[in-house]
Design a binder for this molecule. Structure first.
Ligand code: MLT
Length: 260
């Protein structure tokens, strides 16, 4: 997996496969780019598909503690420019969606489309931000041993297939304590992006697992209602990591959006 030293600081690991119209996949917390392996396999026959690791996850080393979602997006935009990727459709799930919204705000000229899956455009309430600070401090103190146990019940429904749970657990095990701490603090400080959705001038798709308890369908409906060129699809049987536990429905929705 190649890495790129961005001018703004973070080193980003990324997959870059296939040729054709470009897609950029942005992962959920606390996983990494491998969560998109089914989508990379599906789309790389006809498209160029890039999947990035955020700092401290997958192959990206942790960056300084001061990273925000805006600086994540800045580094991702630098990588996209370095790779000559634009115009591309950005596809972000959850934290990946938060970064995609920052990207849409900072560098709309790079985008040909936007897919926000199991995400939200609002900022954290104070209790949510406090819970994130607790996880950040605990990861710094203890390492990430507790993270899978705490996150998995929120990421996947109790009915999730054991191999999906194992896959997610394996990906989470690759997170670094500093990555977990930095991402939690960055998410806690994120800004509201409903106005970004209103300004968006490219086609957009909002996806959400019907059983997503972490970013429920109501959040997705709220995002979709702000889009002039967007639509909402709720994925039956999907929970928060809907590209994993509602893979077929997720892929069908993505194919039909990208082919339109
Ligand atoms: C994610 O799935 O990226 C995160 O759990 C989202 C969040 O904590 O808000």
């Amino acid at each position: 997996m190649p890495t790129y030293q961005t001018p703004s600081g973070p080193i980003l690991g990324y997959e870059d496969v296939g040729h054709g119209p470009a897609l950029l996949f942005l992962h959920a917390f606390p996983l990494h780019s491998e969560m998109w392996r089914a989508q990379l396999g599906l789309f790389s026959g006809e498209r160029r598909v890039v999947a990035v690791d955020f700092p401290g996850f997958g192959m990206s080393p942790a960056a300084g503690p001061g990273l925000t979602l805006a600086t994540h997006a800045k580094a991702v935009a630098e990588l996209a420019r370095h790779l000559g990727l634009a115009p591309f459709a950005a596809i972000g799930l959850s934290m990946g969606g938060y970064v995609a919204l920052e990207l849409a705000s900072q560098a709309p000229e790079l985008l040909s489309g936007l897919v926000l899956a199991d995400s939200r455009a609002g900022a954290d309430a104070p209790e949510g931000a406090a819970a994130r600070e607790k996880m950040a401090a605990r990861a710094e103190r203890e390492g990430i041993g507790f993270v899978a146990g705490e996150m998995l019940p929120r990421l996947l429904a109790p009915s999730a297939e054991p191999d999906v749970v194992r896959f997610a657990r394996r990906l989470i095990a690759r997170a670094s304590p500093q990555g977990v701490a930095t991402a939690q603090r960055a998410m806690a400080a994120r800004r509201d992006h409903h106005a970004t959705l209103e300004r968006l001038r490219v086609p957009a798709l909002v996806l959400c697992g019907a059983e997503d308890a972490l970013t429920p369908p109501a959040e997705s409906a709220r995002m979709a209602s702000r889009l002039s060129l967007g639509r909402l699809e709720i994925l039956p049987g999907g929970s928060h990591l809907s590209n994993l536990d509602a893979e077929d429905a997720f892929n069908r929705a993505l194919v039909s959006f990208l082919d339109q």
